[in-house]
Design a protein around this ligand. Structure first.
Ligand SMILES: C[S@@+](CC[C@H](N)C(=O)[O-])C[C@H]1O[C@@H](n2cnc3c(N)ncnc32)[C@H](O)[C@@H]1O
Length: 334
């Protein structure tokens, strides 16, 4: 409901460009509302918004103000808060595509959670008729939104990941399903001796080529499928937020393919959230349901990951916690 009200407002304010001010009738009947947008530098402009009922707009904005997205002052004017500015497309990183992706794909699928849990068919498949990654392959806009959502999301945590792990003795880092390369970009920027390979589906590689995830010097960009294509060779493989997208059987296929790409003793770094102890309010528990309705996939405990990795020929070395919800689990190829 909260995200839905933000979405409705975004539809009304497509530019989402600053501070939304006084709302009142334009005098052109009750279908058009005049709103004052003041930018954060204090400059103001007027804009017309079309709505059948200004009262509805006011009630939506009041609710969103209660979430800290707007602040309503004593004159009734609404200002975009610091939190609200993270929804702007030019925020760096931006939460805009996170909200849009959830609105477009996750919430409709979540509505099917009961029937989905009875039939073991992902809610996403019930609503959209096919698995998510297939849908994204056939729908450029969906792929673009998803790639941007992942890119922005990853950029929030990259500083925590690169400071938690010492990459200095890696030679070639292959980010398998590395999206638009946000993590790899940061590793390559910090370590000038490291070469990189970004491996992902064509739409993500295309976004990476346009620079979405940041500069990728000394880096090969390879389009491919981690189930059926050969994974590029390296001494360090990264799998960030990959295995949680898949059930054990498919996750094992990816890992076996990774194992074929490396020599014994090569490193595999698994970057995932970990399911923790019971009776805790945890992001991982929510994300686990999200994975269930999107793909019948799952979040896992450290032990569950290590069991999977060991079945594919990787030996557990150690776990690094980070200043983010993610852990880095280090494995060596046997
Ligand atoms: C949740 S995203 C994680 C992206 C990146 N590792 C990150 O954390 O920013 C999953 C990634 O897996 C990629 N992917 C999905 N199916 C794939 C396949 N069959 N072969 C290669 N990449 C795939 C997606 O395109 C996406 O970039």
């Amino acid at each position: 409901m909260r995200a839905q009200s933000i979405i409705i407002l975004r539809e009304m304010f497509p530019r989402w460009s600053g501070i939304v001010g006084a709302i009142g009738n334009s005098g052109q009947g009750n279908s058009t509302v005049l709103a004052r947008f003041a930018n954060l530098d204090g400059s103001a402009r007027w804009s017309f918004l079309t709505t059948r009922d200004p009262d509805i707009l006011h009630r939506l904005m009041r609710a969103v103000a209660g979430m800290g997205i707007f602040h309503q002052d004593e004159n009734g004017a609404f200002a975009l808060t610091r939190l609200g500015t993270t929804l702007r497309s030019d925020a760096d990183p931006s939460m805009r595509s996170f909200v849009l992706y959830h609105h477009e794909f996750v919430y409709p699928s979540m509505g099917e959670i009961i029937s989905s849990s009875k039939s073991a068919t992902p809610g996403f498949v019930k609503v959209f008729g096919m698995p998510f990654y297939q849908f994204a392959k056939e729908n450029d806009e969906a792929a673009e939104l998803f790639n941007d959502f992942i890119n922005q999301n990853t950029r929030f945590v990259v500083p925590a990941l690169v400071s938690a792990y010492d990459f200095s003795n890696c030679d070639r880092v292959v980010d398998v399903g590395g999206g638009t390369g946000a993590l790899l970009s940061s590793i390559l920027a910090e370590h000038e001796t490291i070469f990189g390979t970004l491996f992902d589906l064509p739409s993500a590689i295309q976004a990476a080529k346009s620079g979405a995830g940041g500069p990728l010097p000394r880096c090969e960009l390879v389009s491919g499928d981690f189930f059926s294509d050969k994974i590029p060779h390296g001494d360090t493989l990264i799998l960030k937020s990959i295995l949680h997208n898949w059930k054990d059987e498919k996750a094992l296929k990816i890992l076996e393919n990774c194992r074929r790409a490396v020599e014994p003793d090569a490193r595999l770094l698994l970057v995932e959230r970990l399911v923790g102890p019971p009776n805790e309010l945890s992001d991982a528990h929510y994300l686990d349901l999200n994975m269930m309705i999107m793909n019948m996939a799952q979040e896992r405990t450290e032990e569950e990951y290590s069991h999977l990795l060991s079945s594919a020929g990787f030996r557990y070395s150690r776990t690094f916690s980070t200043e983010s919800p993610y852990h880095i689990l280090e494995y060596a190829a046997q």
